[in-house]
Design a binder for this molecule. Sequence first.
Ligand code: FAD
Length: 319
Amino acid sequence: MSIDLSAPPLPISFEVYPPRSEAGVAALHETIRHLAEVAPRFISVTYGAGGSTGGRSLELLSHIQRETRVEPLAHLTCVGNTWAGANALIREFLDAGITSFLALRGDPPVGVAEEDVYLGDLESAAQLVQLIDRVQAERAPYTEALIPGHPGAARVEKRSKVDIAVAAFPNGHPRALHASSDIDALLAKQAAGATLAITQLFFHADDYLGFVQRSRAAGVTIPILPGIMPITSPKRLRRVLELSGEALPAELAIALEVEPTAEGQREVGIAHAAQLARAVVDGGAPGIHLYAFNNHDTVLAVLREAGILAHPSQKEAAR
Ligand code: FAD
């Protein structure tokens, strides 16, 4: 399988993370079953800093592959790996039948500062993209095609069968030195072989639409999927701002703070994410990628409220 964003209905996809305990495994399998029912183009599985969840990440990807018809997409990072180690890791995933990746630089593990050496031999996502591309090309079978007009002469080539997604930052990476460096980084990832970009969360449709416009003007041609995260409590908002370095979305923050119940806060978060999803789709987004936090109810409610799940072609695809 590979990821085709061009065919209708509007592509949707989800991100989950490997459960931190055995107890979480059964619950996540149930979540995946529900997510698979709406026929997402892929479900991506995060990869923890330092490779700490590497094994569990592959287990979960294999579960998606075995139990659903959904394409599993593996996040991989550069953190703490030698070139040979990264090479072996990519082979392990390919051997398990995983052919879609999200190549990331990765963040420092907990307790390690950005200035400390934590990456390993690979220092940027673009280098990891190149390595995945190279490893799979070495393994891909040669195919022969006759050259028209030259009977008997054959062109021998290797066909790429992997999809390589990369991260993009509509409001800039928190450590970017200047505003254009994120688009330069995306261009480098595209040149290295990336076939798709997925954005960091953002809170205003114009952040995404403006970024896509600037990326296109600079020569980025790969699809850029908007990453949308339903923020269902003030606590989650504080946590994601801390991790992503995004600016505080004042209106959403106030709406969450004044809501007295957890259920009311959840509704605020769903309504905000649904509105955002609708606005970026109306603005031309090629699909919607939702950060699911290992829970299906909230992201499916967002898609329903945005009118995306109600579309007849979406129902047809889910059959
Ligand atoms: P790169 O493309 O190599 O760099 C990204 C940007 O960082 C560049 O645009 C550049 O402007 C800037 N930059 C980076 N370093 C510096 C520096 N030292 N000085 C100046 N500018 C700098 N992390 C995980 O560990 N596991 C995951 O599973 C994971 N999943 C993610 C999924 C998505 C969709 C996104 C958006 C992020 C995810 N991350 C994950 C976080 C990601 O690893 C970090 O944001 C990381 O800091 C950058 O990764 P990158 O692949 O974009 O790196």
